[in-house]
Design a protein around this ligand. Structure first.
Ligand code: HEC
Length: 225
């Protein structure tokens, strides 16, 4: 009887050893997994950031061939200098007219992206009072009434591409198409601002008891160029 138990225990022990030898335990990973045989846990493909002996620079992810232009990318032959910002204003054309249906769609896309990328500094209405600016970051000028009103579209594109002083650059976050959307959105804000009756000048604030109806409508011929 005893020998039969011993025989069984001996067999069980051997079975455990056989199973253990089949297991591959990866101690380098947290909650390490026990794999019986090959399964699909480990892909033979290289991870993007894994070292890779097949390339001279030892990386898996390779840079594009020099001179490669991604589809839909607009060529941009301008340096990050004030002179080239002016030149961009003269040479770069906005691909869309904001007064068309396509332009309206572009403005809508620009508005959505503005909420994500610009509101922190420029504020929801573009007046330069975003939360970051209210807590000590140099407040940006108003996009409604500031210099950007007189900048050409191409110069704004240059500004969004390279940044300006403490305004960060957005070439990496926003595709060129999205940067134009942004510019179209800013133009639409400026247009609305421009068409508002000019009620809030300093004088009108002082003598503001007058009913608003007496304010003169904005003069169409009066431009501030
Ligand atoms: C980190 C804060 C910050 C963010 C985010 C930011 N800006 Fe600015 N922006 C500034 C500052 C500061 C200036 C003023 C730069 C200067 O002094 O020349 C500025 C200037 C500008 C101007 C020129 C205004 C003028 O009158 O000279 C435009 C246009 C502009 N930003 C658009 C944008 C757009 C569009 C976005 C989002 C894609 C954006 N900014 C995101 C801080 C920011």
């Amino acid at each position: 009887m005893l020998t039969r138990v011993n025989f069984f225990l001996g067999f069980a022990l051997m079975a455990v050893f056989v199973l253990l030898s089949l297991m591959r335990v990866d101690h380098s990973k947290p909650n390490y997994q026990v794999n019986l045989g090959d399964d699909m846990t480990y892909s033979p493909a290289y991870g993007s950031f894994e070292p890779n002996g097949n390339f001279a620079n030892g990386r898996t992810m390779q840079s594009p061939v020099p001179g490669t232009i991604a589809r839909g990318t607009q060529l941009f032959h301008f340096e990050a200098t004030p002179q080239d910002a002016i030149r961009a204003g003269e040479e770069l054309l906005n691909p869309l007219d904001i007064n068309t249906e396509e332009g309206a769609a572009s403005i809508a896309r620009g508005a959505a992206a503005f909420k994500i990328f610009c509101v922190v500094c420029h504020g929801g209405d573009g007046k330069g009072n975003g939360p970051v600016a209210q807590r000590g970051f140099p407040p940006p000028p108003s996009l409604l009434t500031g210099k950007s009103k007189d900048m050409k579209d191409g110069q704004l594109f240059h500004l969004l591409t390279y940044g300006q002083n403490s305004m960060p650059q957005f070439a990496a976050q926003l595709s060129s198409a999205r940067r134009w959307d942004m510019i179209n959105y800013i133009r639409s804000l400026q247009k609305v601002e421009n068409e508002k009756p000019k009620v809030e000048t300093e004088e009108s604030k002082v003598e503001s008891d007058e009913p608003a109806a007496e304010q003169e409508p904005p003069d169409e011929t009066e431009t501030e160029s």
